[in-house]
Design a protein around this ligand. Sequence first.
Ligand code: ZN
Length: 230
Amino acid sequence: MTCKGKLIIILLGPPGAGKGTQAKLIENKYNIPHISTGDILRDAIDKNSTLGKNANDYMHKGELVPDDLVFDLIKERVENPDCKYGALFDGFPRNLAQAKMLMNIQYVKQSKNFFVFLINISDDEAIRRLSNRRYCPKCKSIYNLIHKIPERKKNGIYLCDNCGTELIIRDDDKVETIKNRLKVYHESAEHMINFFKELSVLHIITNSIEQDVFRDITRIIEAESTLEKD
Ligand SMILES: [Zn+2]
């Protein structure tokens, strides 16, 4: 499916909401690139562009890359030919300041098909999902004790289906860290969510099963946009 005008989608939601999975599904269905700040930063650093060098300085010092620099990188990124029919943002904007910046980009202003989806899961559900993640330090496979359970166990420890290595819980997926990530999320997301609500572009998805979330998202896009079937 392609778009008459540009299709711009922003995915919001707490850690564990499954934004990455939805991003892949949306990217495939609507042929728009999935733009994440992490990828943009890595890309700019690889290319050794001026912006990339600046970003690298901050990251090297272990500091957050400032909003205006992220903004410049996003502006540069949407000029790429693959963004001709639109773009999907994941992990950006992260706060109200970034949201306001984004709405000021000409590329975004011109789009008649602009959607913000908030995949809303409770903190308890986020903790349940993330704390059940297991990770293979060797081949980097990711498991989940709720729906992607490894087949073998040794001395009470799950083993990687792929390479037999003992699986670990990443620091990011430890309950205390998850609680902290959720706190940071709520603090920075609340004002941004209200901002999008006031612009009447916010859609809150309350389903939590992957297929249902995707079905809700596509229904909304198809009902409210100028999309055309190929
Ligand atoms: Zn493995």
